[in-house]
Design a protein around this ligand. Sequence first.
Ligand code: PLP
Length: 399
Amino acid sequence: MPSINENFLKLEKNYLFINIAKKVNAYKEANPDADIIRMGIGDVTQPIAKCVVDAMKKGADEMGVKETFKGYEDSGTGYDFLKEAVSGYYNSFGVTVSPDEIRINDGAKADCGNIVDIFGDDNVVLITDPAYPVYVDTNLMNGRTVIYADSNEENGFAAMPDESVHADLIYLCSPNNPTGSAYTASQLKTWIDYALKNKAIIIYDAAYEAFITEDIPRSIFAVEGARQCAIEMCSLSKTAGFTGMRCGYTVIPKELSVIASNGTEVSISDLWGRREGSKFNGVSYPVQCAAAAVFSEEGLKQTKENIKYYQQNAKVISAALDELGIKYTGGKNSPYIWLKCPNGMGSWEFFDKLLNEANVVGTPGAGFGKNGEGWFRLTAFGDAERTKEAMERFKKMKF
Ligand code: PLP
């Protein structure tokens, strides 16, 4: 009988969305006519831009023709045409990243989770709390020590480093899921200086960069020093509606390296390349054609329309909360609005109240870490009319 990785037994059960579904189903059973509006799940709802779908169809057609058929991709790190398109996209907001520093993947979740393969299990991992659960879970699966930096009301849900604490790997997500907050350049510089001082590596999740409206960095590489200490992960899921298509990219600067125990300097890019060479065979050609079309002039124009649609929803949610005097972060640079449950209510208590009194479903903040207790996440990814309706119901509630 094989033994198992017993670290899996120590993981918390993934109860958050199961519990939500259970509660919603029970409510629906008791109230079959209730018109429930879901503002909990972080999935997009708008269809993919036409020019992107056309590019995917063209790619699929090429697969059916002998002369243009594609088998395994040579490198497995993405076709040059897509890496060049991503590099051009970075250039458009003033960041220089060369195509050979870009790895195309099947979404940011996989790389966020798999990157742990190339680091030793003796590393101390620092994660901001609350957080996207993948960072914590994948490190606990390897038995690593995880320490937390608190994101809370006092610091505007923008955790900063504690200089007295050492970390080897640091996870930052900006704009943040779940809190919607986003780091300024000077805050990122503080994290970069901390990482350089500790010889640590920052794993920077920029999955929501396309939602930034203020003058803050869309990439950690916009800030000096990041190339020496950071890896960036990004995704087309929320930028271009690719949650069902699966495509993202990871950027590893050429100069990023560590010293191995035998004293040799090891390139992180080479190490990740070695890992990918053994465990990953690339993203399908039609999907890469679609992804490249996202970064074309027309693609950017059409996908921006969808983002604007969600941003308008975020404005509607924010305006209602302003009217009610409810505190929140997010909404401006993010599709998430992170609100303080009124009257000191707990996250689940507020969930029940919202479901029962307004038939609106959100996500209890407690599901994202200890600092999420007493907070609640609403998403702007829904239908515009339904979002307005939800907030009208919200306004009629008695707190
Ligand atoms: N990173 C964050 C912070 C996310 O919220 C998500 C998805 O919700 C992802 C990464 C994963 O995105 P993908 O669909 O590219 O795997």
